[in-house]
Design a binder for this molecule. Sequence first.
Ligand code: GLU
Length: 464
Amino acid sequence: MSDLRVRFAPSPTGYLHIGGARTALFNYLLAKQQGGTYVLRIEDTDVARSTQQSVDAILDAMKWLGFSCDEGPFYQSDRFDLYKQKVEELVQAGKAYRCYCTQEELDAKREAAMQEGRKPKYDGTCRNRTDQPDAPYVIRFKLPDDKEAVTFDDKIKGPITFRLEELDDLIIARTDGTPTYNMVVVIDDAEMGITLVIRGDDHVNNTPRQILLYEAFGYPVPEFAHVPMILGSDKKRLSKRHGATSVMAYQEEGFLPEAMVNYLVRLGWSCGDEEIFSMEDLIEKFSLANVGRAAGVFNPEKLLWLNSHYIKTGDPVRLAGLLKPFLEAKGIATEGGPDLVAVVKSLQERAATMVEMADGAAFYFVDSVVYDEKAQEKFLTPDQKPLFETILAELEKCGEFVEAQLEVAFAKIMEITELKFGKVAQPLRVALTGGTASPSIYEVLQVLGKERSLARISQALQTF
Ligand code: GLU
């Protein structure tokens, strides 16, 4: 066990975004690699925007990706008493104060600052106020007077300095008493003993404020690593315009979690020119030192390429289990149909997603074949009747449908009809599958088995 304690702290205000999943992955990998602890914390303090549905969506995505946490999930909504106590502690210590400025007053000051070309920030009106009017107030954290700058050594971006004059007295509790993000994140990271904060670089600007809060409480300051954001192919921030940004949308589109993990890690991290990484490889090889400083560019083709790699090399039994719900979603019941594992094996080379595999597998499970119109017109013409009669007769004679036996039967059919292999196989393919593209004809015959294959050939004969 090492002392490393990391956390993933999503806000449940929507589905789990690709960027969030990558942050979770980086945390998870480092914890596993170093024998540290990976904490999951649901940041649901924004009661109006947090929903149980998003909590479930995040937990489902974590489960699908295989990022099991060592501690948690913790919920910030369970911890309000602690936050309240901590806010009070700062007030008692004179490090935070009640601010009674109204929104209108603040807006007017902001307006004036903008007009004068000054950066709008709180002017400290209530800093030294001693009266306590009977009016709504927020609590603000007093920026220390004895400090000019905050510096931290970001493990990805290098040293970063913020001058205090760029900051102002931060609101740490709203008028309704609820604490704000920067406040609770510090309390939680400190109380949960987090030693390294890995998160998206949209939080870089929060970090100096948080460091000041750590110092005000006397908490040890953790290390920080801010991961660059993910852009779309047009170099704009990744959004729905670029395709699905929800991790679980990819599960629904038939991506495998190992492809997603492999893809996510490479969005920002590299290891020579290697592309294929199993979770075990990653746990061994991942390091923040090799996370680039530039934003990652989302490339759906690469994700698809990785997915087809993992489908090709995946365990057919596992894939069969994954395929079933995709078939069911198409209204296809697999009971009583061909062996699902054999179906998968015949399609692994041909499908880039499980949705494609389900599409490609559908013909195996139909009671009667539905012909593609063009294919039927071209290949199931009345002059093919003798060919199909020969095929039926020879395949009926064929003992077991295994490749060697089928080859013998085909040789015979080709001899009798004086046709080349393709001229036999293609019409037969249409009869068996309904279309002109499918796994090899021997595979189709084997997966369907003798009885189903012969029934389909008879069906074709009925059409002449
Ligand atoms: N809850 C914050 C978010 O989802 C993350 C906070 C953090 O990692 O510090 O953006």
